[in-house]
Design a binder for this molecule. Structure first.
Ligand code: HEC
Length: 232
């Protein structure tokens, strides 16, 4: 008797609640079920390298198509030079003025000067880079007897103390930037310009038989204080 008099609205709401609560428990144990306003749980934060075409908030197919494969981290506009917090490091962000040609290799050899002076500290920093990136081919003393050559049968690089003894610093830097022939790859993607100049210092140290040179030290102190465009 009392049931028939119950407000039908309450009955319907109660039923709806049961249906809803059942619908939220799907068969998939990993599914969070029905989410009420999902963006309250998951914020659509813009992240680098995310393919927004796969955004779970699928507003429209057209928008998804448009966004697909568009990386959120954009390339800087052409001609942009990165900001350097320390003024003396700004030169390392300037574009390299020489192209990957034989003429420019010669020009780099004549004009490019190492902007980093040869000091015990810079030789030590150069050595760290050399040990990690070069020694396995060029050998500890730069004699072309690294483990990759000895054990792997890789073509032997010329020795820094023989064939490459007088190779100028500009050519060392140029070859590090673009690579040399087929066997020496470009190191521009692994080492920034400052690191390439530091390791060039260490190659010069090895060219001199593992000793600091007074001439090199004196010459580079002059070069370092002259703001030459060649110092890029
Ligand atoms: C995979 C082995 C390998 C690695 C790694 C390597 N080199 Fe070389 N490098 C060579 C070979 C081989 C040559 C000789 C290339 C030629 O003249 O055909 C060479 C040549 C050079 C030359 C002479 C370039 C010229 O202009 O004649 C320099 C300088 C040099 N390497 C420095 C380095 C430095 C510094 C590193 C580390 C940052 C390095 N190399 C890493 C194999 C390597």
């Amino acid at each position: 008797m009392s049931t028939s008099k119950r407000n039908p609205a309450i009955t319907i709401s109660a039923l709806a609640l049961v249906v809803l609560s059942m619908a939220s428990c799907g068969g998939d144990p990993n599914s969070p079920g029905v989410e009420y306003m999902p963006d309250m749980y998951r914020s659509p934060a813009v992240e680098a390298y995310v393919d927004y075409g796969q955004d779970p908030y699928h507003f429209s197919e057209e928008l998804a198509q448009e966004q697909r494969n568009t990386q959120s981290a954009k390339l800087p506009p052409a001609g942009t030079i990165a900001f350097a917090a320390e003024a003396e490091k700004a030169q390392f962000n300037m574009p390299y003025p020489y192209k990957n040609t034989l003429e420019d290799y010669e020009a780099a050899g004549l004009n490019l000067k190492n902007p980093i002076a040869m000091t015990e500290a810079t030789v030590e920093q150069g050595k760290v880079i050399y040990t990690k990136f070069c020694q396995h081919c060029h050998g500890e003393k730069g004699e072309g007897d690294g483990s990759v050559v000895n054990n792997g049968g890789y073509p032997q690089p010329p020795s820094y103390t023989a064939a490459l003894k007088d190779l100028p610093e500009g050519k060392i830097f140029h070859s590090l930037t673009y690579g040399k022939n087929l066997a020496m790859g470009s190191h521009a993607s692994q080492l920034n310009k400052e690191e390439r100049w530091l390791v060039t210092r260490y190659v010069q140290y090895l060219q001199n038989g593992g000793k600091m040179t007074r001439e090199v030290a004196a010459a580079t102190t002059v070069a370092a204080t002259t703001p030459a465009p060649a110092a890029n």
